[in-house]
Design a protein around this ligand. Structure first.
Ligand code: FAD
Ligand code: SIN
Length: 525
């Protein structure tokens, strides 16, 4: 199969790229499950954009830089916030139905770290609404083909450039190649590297691992964002309780009813996420309780049901009526701030390979992503990448500015033992996820990080050996990618000898000014 543009992933980033590239050539969108299955589809809170009368792109810029704890690339953030309002209108023109306060006015919610109400939302299912809108638009384009249940295994490299992808048809087990003039990685993040995550099962970091194996530069992988509030229930898979709940006045309490957030930050429940997640972690360690509670029972019950229908219904399934009782919550891995290094046009360091959305590092999020900037980042940089790929594809690839922090390149050589056919990929996956949760979580120590690396390296080598010996499968491919991402995160965490934003290390509790402009780079020789 040969296309002009091959897009890996059918979330907001992949679809936005595809819609912008389609007028210029044939586009194939590959997706490993059904087309709507993505992180995008589950996004709750909304999209941040400075469209309010009391707001400006300068204020949005300022809030993003503050949340990013000094590590954002200012130029990238400026591109993000200046383009936000226009792209919200693009979505509305495509048919997205966002909540309104009147026919002419879009309702604006509030989330942590924002100094203004600027979250455009569709109740608490904003991602579903965006995914729905973009898929309908893609269906109308004769140049776009969506290929479902096709899992990309690795990038095909020829003469140092990316020319396509090796693919597994997950329904038949067939293997084949798809080639293209340009390849766009829009495969999302790697939340599944952790045992507790808000992410759906597709988030196994495939794009990051594939790009790393192809020799692309990877940046800032130590900055894994833990969302402070996911539902705590022994029978519930991780389910997000949107930050918008705190934006509407939700209060975090201990089991004894004590409101603890003002002890940690004057912004209390609306402090940036790294601060709230760490505060909850500290309270859980102090009290020995398994969870804290998010209380919105003081709000009008009808308002709650209307504003948060998904959260209300889901909690009700677990016998929690959020209008009557506080919601038990714990932090969980939520967002990958780092990823495949790109310039402001979505170009990676590998010729003809682009990346955008959660898989990419653009410099926008720094050490901690501001709430609801992720969907916006995907929109803004996917559009720019499409403009570049369709007009200036043959330009030489960019090189990142040298940084004073470089992490060790994970070396994954296949272990000598040959795997047998009964190899248990699920055991390996679980081991990686448990290890990352325990040793590379919200609060880190150098010793725990080193222990994680020592255990991950032989595990990754064993997985690599088994992967090369056995016929590829979804499970083997994902285990291999999770192992690679786990090592990328751990090695990056070991390289950053300071605490900043989401990366908090007890051995280095201070933020060091000299590292403020230094992303952590993992660059192949
Ligand atoms: P995704 O939407 O994750 O799409 C990735 C696509 O790649 C999928 O189609 C997947 O199947 C495909 N794929 C992956 N690997 C392969 C492979 N090997 N081969 C083929 N296809 C592959 N952000 C906000 O800004 N606001 C919010 O309110 C918000 N709420 C969130 C709520 C939840 C529960 C979660 C999990 C995240 C939330 N986020 C939010 C983050 C945001 O949703 C994601 O960062 C964003 O949707 C990522 O979009 P994407 O297009 O990069 O990737
Ligand atoms: C949420 O609704 O809390 C998620 C928002 C985000 O991840 O930006």
């Amino acid at each position: 199969m040969q296309y002009d543009y091959l897009v890996l992933g059918s979330g907001i980033a992949g679809l936005t790229f595809a819609l912008n590239a389609a007028p210029h050539g044939s586009v194939a969108i590959l997706t490993k499950k059904q087309r709507s299955e993505s992180n995008t589809n589950y996004a709750q809170g909304g999209v941040a954009a400075a469209i309010g009368v009391d707001d400006s792109w300068e204020l949005h810029l300022q809030d993003t830089l503050i949340a990013g704890a000094g590590l954002c690339d200012r130029e990238a953030v400026e591109v993000l916030v200046r383009n936000g309002p226009r792209l919200i209108h693009w979505l509305i023109e495509l048919g997205a139905q966002f909540d309104r306060t009147s026919e002419d006015a879009i309702a604006l919610g509030r989330e942590g770290g924002h100094s203004r109400n600027r979250i455009i939302h569709a109740a608490d299912h904003t991602g579903y609404e965006i995914e729905r809108t973009l898929l309908i638009a893609a269906r109308k384009s004769p140049n776009i083909t969506v290929l479902e249940h096709y899992q990309a295994l690795d990038l095909i490299m020829e003469h140092g450039a990316c020319v396509g992808v090796q693919v597994l048809d997950t329904l038949t087990g067939d293997l084949f190649e798809i080639r293209a003039r340009a390849v766009m990685l829009a495969t999302g993040g790697c939340g599944q590297v952790y045992l507790h995550t808000s992410n759906p099962p597709i988030a196994t970091g495939d794009g990051i691992a594939m790009a790393w194996r192809a020799g692309a530069t990877i940046a800032n992988m130590e900055f894994i964002q833990f969302h402070p509030t996911t539902l705590y229930h022994t029978e519930a898979p991780s389910f997000l309780i949107s930050e918008a709940v705190r934006g509407e006045g939700g209060i975090l309490k201990r089991r004894d009813g004590y409101r603890f957030m003002p002890d940690y930050d004057p912004r209390a429940e609306l402090a940036p996420r790294d601060i709230v997640a760490r505060a909850i972690d500290a309270e859980l360690k102090k009290t020995g309780d398994p969870c804290v509670y998010l209380d919105i029972t003081h709000l009008n019950a009808e308002f709650i049901k209307h504003r948060f229908p998904t959260i209300y219904q889901t909690c009700l399934q677990y016998d929690i009526d959020i209008t009557q009782e506080p919601i038990p919550v714990v932090p969980a891995a939520h967002y990958t701030c780092g990823g495949v290094w790109t310039d402001l046009e979505g170009r990676t360091t590998v010729p003809r390979l682009y990346a955008c959305g959660e898989v990419a590092y653009t410099g926008v999020h720094g050490a901690n992503r501001l709430a609801s900037n992720s969907l916006l980042e995907a929109l803004v940089f996917a559009e720019r990448a499409a403009q570049h790929a369709t007009a200036r594809l043959d330009e030489p690839p960019p090189t990142p500015r040298p940084s004073c922090i470089t992490a060790q390149l994970p070396l994954i050589e296949p272990a000598p033992a040959v795997a047998d056919r009964a190899y248990n990929w699920d055991d390996d996956r679980l081991q990686i996820r448990q290890l990352m949760q325990k040793k590379v979580g919200i609060v880190r120590t150098v010793q725990r990080l080193q222990e994680a690396r020592c255990q991950l390296e032989p595990l990754a080598a064993q997985i690599e050996a088994a992967y090369r010996t056995l016929p590829p499968s979804v499970e083997s491919c994902e285990a291999r990618n999770l192992a690679a991402c786990a090592l990328l995160i751990t090695n990056s965490a070991l390289a950053r000898k300071e605490s900043r934003g989401l990366h908090y290390v007890l051995d280095y509790p201070d933020t060091r000014e000299e590292f403020a402009t230094c992303p952590t780079l993992i660059t192949p020789p």
